[in-house]
Design a protein around this ligand. Structure first.
Ligand SMILES: Cc1ncc(C[n+]2csc(CCOP(=O)(O)OP(=O)(O)O)c2C)c(N)n1
Ligand SMILES: [Mg+2]
Length: 710
């Protein structure tokens, strides 16, 4: 497509590539590229009114003056950090003006200040943010500068990991198409961040599905101190991206506002018309050091730094405004003064405002109860035909997709005929169509990253990770993005993704088809985690996960999928189980065993054995890791005085350590024996020696005997 467009442009003689290279070397040896493929001829068709040009100029100035003021505030001890957009303003303002605030989606990065000002974010809002004030509407004082965000502007609060925004923008673009809109999704980033794998995953997904995404790579030739030659093969990711079909590519001078605007306008037009994504590679200059913690004179020559100032986008636009007689030199001077005064006044006002109330420190980690989906829990008893766990999961997905047209299911191999490697998603794509249940590329970060973007923009993605062992490419999206959105935006954005993960061992799966991951992910604040032990619980909990406005990790034990003892009478379509409510599977007085997942049946087996010897054991299935039903555990322990915490994952740093320590802290006086843990060895699960690594019936039986004899 892009090649076709380029060929057409050339044949029309309006837009051929300009091949002019001054061949100069910067201090670090970089050759500055001036081989633009978007010709100045097109710029004539920018279509901007004089007022719009002045708006652009003012937005650029406001952003620049705000940067300058922050630098001053740091010197005065009134601010701590600056990450400046100086030199990047033209392309940013151009993109903002080519799009529509409040309609389109903006996945910005920490240097995208001028996008904000062009869309109407005011200097005082920036100052409140950089000073971490309670009035900071982007993050409520929770994030360092510069992480813009605005619900009204559809600008999900930015984060710091370089490159994690790309897939999210693609997910939002997917949502734009799914919802039948002509909305467009912008994503900004630096040239350095394109070395992250997620960048290429995002280009791949957007190009493959022709999604309305505008990738705006701002090439300032440095990633902190690392020059582009050390960053990218061939010295330009623009060249690398040529290999992707289905995406329009533009290489432009991002310091030239009109060229930037004409390009952005073209890209937005293509996206709105369903003609696919665009990749804009905009050469810019970094007029300040990377951040307030960096001094570029350590790694750049004075001459090279000075040379960049000759390309200052604001000076360029001023020249253009005068040349076109849109503004006089006097008007420019007056505008500069007026805006600088506004910036100084805004900084003073913001400084006087209060810091956040310490009482709010835990707010907005999860959706507050008052705003959560109202659910009638356990409205019926499971009483249908007995069903195996994997079918219960399948039915939960069917029923919830039926109820919620915004719910999508995707992952590797989930589409029919396969219907998932464990058949959990069988029939969904046939019943609901492949726009609602579809195969993703083999890329876990893509699955999660797009799901985050889709969820932010109104969909309910319920995605599958084929094996827990392979969730780790998605770790960044889960740990730093998914679970943080609500908190980092101080409640403005929610990210209700459900991640179904096939988990656990006992299937002879060796190192890479056996892992348990609940302890790793329980360390992620803001994530609910369920780990059911039977079909009815699986259905009830998964249906609840599909309704909740928070991220949920839903762990499905592979060994239980078709296990006879994990069968239950099927609950009906209105059966929902609450998170944080443990099940007392069996009552007893002499010992408590706290278990979950595949360990529940082993615990019950031990209880049955010990009953024959006259001992009564209480078995608790916690059902959800987060939240943990500590109350049910403590009530039981206070009654029995003895407790074994039993799980499959490694004993060392396993989730049982948390349970054990909570018991020790809250019920020490009630204990007649030290808290005991029975769990897996701290090794990688060996294929042929699995039964020596994972807990066996004999392990828990022996431990119970010892505890009862204590
Ligand atoms: C995943 C990740 N690794 C490292 C960092 C630290 N870091 C912050 S900005 C940056 C350089 C980014 O360069 P580039 O993408 O070119 O954007 P620029 O800052 O030049 O606009 C680095 C390494 C980070 N924020 N995230
Ligand atoms: Mg850079």
């Amino acid at each position: 497509m892009a090649e076709k467009i380029a060929a057409e442009k050339k044949s029309k003689g309006t837009n051929g590539a300009v091949k002019e290279s001054n061949g100069t070397k910067s201090s670090n040896g970089s050759k500055e590229s001036l081989e633009y493929d978007f010709h100045k001829e097109t710029v004539k068709n920018h279509g901007l009114t004089n007022e719009e040009m002045i708006h652009a100029y003012k937005a650029m100035l406001l952003s620049r003056f705000t940067d300058d003021r922050i630098d001053m505030l740091i010197k005065q001890g009134k601010a701590t950090f600056l990450i400046s957009g100086s030199g990047h303003e033209a392309i940013q303002v151009a993109c903002a003006m080519a799009m529509e605030g409040g309609k389109d989606w903006f996945f910005t990065y920490y240097r995208d200040n001028a996008i904000g000002t062009a869309l109407g974010i005011t200097p005082i809002e920036i100052f409140r943010h950089i000073m971490g004030k309670a009035t900071d509407t982007f993050t409520g004082g929770r994030q360092m500068p510069m992480h813009l965000g605005s619900k009204e502007l559809r600008m999900p609060t930015a984060s710091s990991p370089t490159g994690s925004q790309y897939l999210q923008a693609v997910g939002a673009a997917l949502s734009c198409v799914y919802r039948g809109t002509d909305e467009v999704s912008y994503v900004g980033g630096g040239e350095g961040s394109t070395s992250e794998g997620e960048f290429f995953e995002a280009i791949n997904w957007a190009a493959r599905e022709k999604l309305p995404t505008i990738f705006c790579i701002q090439n300032n030739r440095f990633a902190i101190s690392v020059p582009i030659e050390q960053q990218t093969a061939g010295g330009s990711v623009y060249k690398v991206v040529q290999g992707f079909e289905g995406i329009h590519k533009f290489h432009i001078d991002g310091t030239d506002f009109l060229e930037s605007y004409a390009t952005a306008k073209e890209a937005v037009k293509l996206a709105r018309n369903g003609e696919g994504p665009s990749f804009i590679y905009a050469d810019v200059v970094r007029l300040r050091s990377h951040s307030a913690s960096d001094s570029q004179d350590k790694y750049r020559s004075k001459e090279a730094i000075e040379k960049d100032t000759l390309k200052d986008p604001i000076a360029k636009l001023e020249k253009e405004l005068v040349k076109r007689e849109i503004m006089t030199a006097e008007e420019i001077a007056a505008t500069r003064k007026e805006l600088n005064d506004l910036v100084i006044k805004s900084a003073e006002e913001a400084y006087a405002e209060p810091l956040p109330d310490p009482a709010t420190v835990e707010d907005n980690l999860f959706c507050p109860d008052s705003e959560q989906t109202p659910i009638k829990y356990e409205a019926s008893e499971p009483s249908g035909e007995p069903i195996v766990m994997v079918d219960a999961i399948n039915h939960a997905l069917m029923e919830e997709m039926e109820k919620n047209p915004m719910m999508l299911v995707y992952g590797e191999d989930v589409q029919d005929g396969k219907g998932g490697v464990f058949t959990a998603t069988k029939g969904l794509s046939t019943k609901f169509g492949v726009n609602r249940c579809f195969n993703s590329p083999l890329a876990e970060a893509s699955i999660l990253g797009t799901a985050v973007g889709a969820a932010l923009s109104g969909l309910k993605p319920v995605v599958e990770i084929q094996f827990a062992d392979y969730i780790f490419p998605a770790m960044m999206q889960i740990r730093d993005e998914l679970v943080m959105y609500r908190y980092r935006s101080n409640g403005a954005f929610e990210c209700p993704v459900t991640i179904r993960v096939a988990t656990g061992g006992y299937i002879g799966g060796g190192h890479y088809h056996s892992q348990n991951i609940e302890a790793i992910f329980a360390k992620c604040p803001g994530l609910y985690i369920a780990y059911p032990s039977n079909a009815a619980d699986a259905k009830g909990l998964l249906k609840t996960a599909c309704q909740l406005k928070d991220p949920v990790m839903f762990l499905e034990h592979k060994f239980l999928y078709r296990q006879g003892y994990a069968k239950s009478p099927e609950p009906n379509a209105d059966y929902y189980l609450p998170f944080g409510k443990a099940a007392v599977k069996r009552e007893g007085n002499d010992l408590t065993i706290v278990a979950y997942g595949a360990m529940v049946e082993k615990a019950l087996k031990t209880a049955r054995e010990m009953e024959k010897k006259g001992h009564s054991i209480e078995v608790i299935d916690i059902r959800t890791i987060v939240p943990l039903d500590t109350e049910t555990i403590l009530t039981s322990v206070k009654k029995t005085g003895k407790v074994i915490v039993f799980h499959e994952d490694t004993k060392f740093m396993g989730f049982g350590a948390e349970i054990a320590s909570q018991i020790a802290e809250a019920a020490f006086e009630y204990l007649d024996a030290p808290v005991k843990r029975v769990a897996g060895l701290h090794i990688h699960i060996p294929f042929s020696l699995e039964s020596h690594a994972l807990p066996q019936d004999s392990w828990i039986l022996k431990a119970a005997e010892e505890m009862l004899a204590y």
